[in-house]
Design a protein. Structure first.
Length: 284
């Protein structure tokens, strides 16, 4: 009896399920390794595509970011962000945030974690922090590999602006860092959707697929110009606002509006996840 008392008196909820333990568990999972491999390989796929396709220069009078892809490593990194921000980078966010709780339920290990005992809020908090950390790492991995591969292929130089002018290498690196940070913030809505759905279902694919599907619906709705000003309330409407940062004179208003909208939606969805899970009857 005294041993049980000593254990109970030394129990601290804040020390249950440490972040490093959850991080190691997630890093060892096959889907984490596969997702990292896909993101690391994409820049090389684009390098091959540009090599086979020849000079991607403009075919008309209008020069786009894609037309400047081979100008420097910085340009190549910016192009990788441009082609992946709309969909590819949505997948790791939905995967890491949507699979995290639902997979435990699917393995019938969730109730054993809670019986450890790990407080429900602590469980969700640990899983959410690790999921967001992995999502951020995925978004950093792509441009870093692209910058290295592009520099090796096209050289280290200024970032050429399609509308004219260029950013020196130091400024270009800073602006690309801002772009990555904004893309991560803009994906918090997808993270919130996936995490909330993950607390509602025992099927990981349902949570991941639901978040990706709803994100696609948002992109489709943003393309409906008949909605007019209502599109300003869609996170998808601001997803490419980061492009304003890679200009000679950056414009921040779009990113500020997009950030405010994404953070607001995400906080609501995270709150719903914590509130619902606190009352959920966990049987798996």
């Amino acid at each position: 009896m005294s041993t049980l008392t000593e254990v109970a008196s030394g129990y601290q909820a804040g020390r249950t399920l440490p972040l490093r333990v959850e991080l190691v568990r997630q890093l060892k999972r096959r889907r984490t390794l596969v997702m990292g491999l896909i993101l690391a390989v994409l820049p090389f796929v684009l390098l091959i595509a540009f090599a086979l396709g020849g000079d991607p220069g403009s075919r008309n009078d209008q020069v786009t970011l894609m037309d400047t892809a081979t100008a420097s490593g910085a340009n190549f990194a910016a192009v990788n962000l441009f082609v992946s921000a709309g969909f590819l980078l949505v997948i790791p966010v939905a995967l890491f945030c949507g699979d995290t709780v639902a997979s435990e339920a699917g393995w019938s290990s969730l109730r054993y974690l809670l019986a450890a005992p790990v407080p429900r809020a602590r469980l969700l908090w640990s899983k959410l922090v690790v999921a967001l950390g992995l999502s951020l790492a995925a978004m950093v991995l792509l441009p870093v590999v692209a910058l290295a591969a592009g520099t090796a292929a096209y050289g280290w130089g200024p970032l050429r602006i399609p509308t004219g002018g260029a950013l020196d290498t130091g400024t270009a690196a800073q602006r690309l860092l801002v772009a990555v940070a904004y893309i991560f913030v803009s994906q918090l809505v997808t993270a919130g959707l996936a995490f909330w759905l993950s607390t509602k279902t025992d099927a990981p694919l349902g949570a991941v697929g639901g978040a990706v599907g709803l994100t696609i619906v948002g992109n489709v709705l943003d393309a409906v110009t008949a909605l007019g000003g209502w599109r300003d309330f869609l996170p998808a409407h601001w997803q490419f606002a980061w492009a304003d940062a890679v200009q000679p004179h950056p414009e921040w208003s779009g990113m500020i509006q997009g950030t405010a909208l994404s953070v607001t939606y995400a906080l609501v969805l995270f709150a719903l996840a914590f509130r619902g899970f606190a009352r959920k009857d966990v049987v798996s």
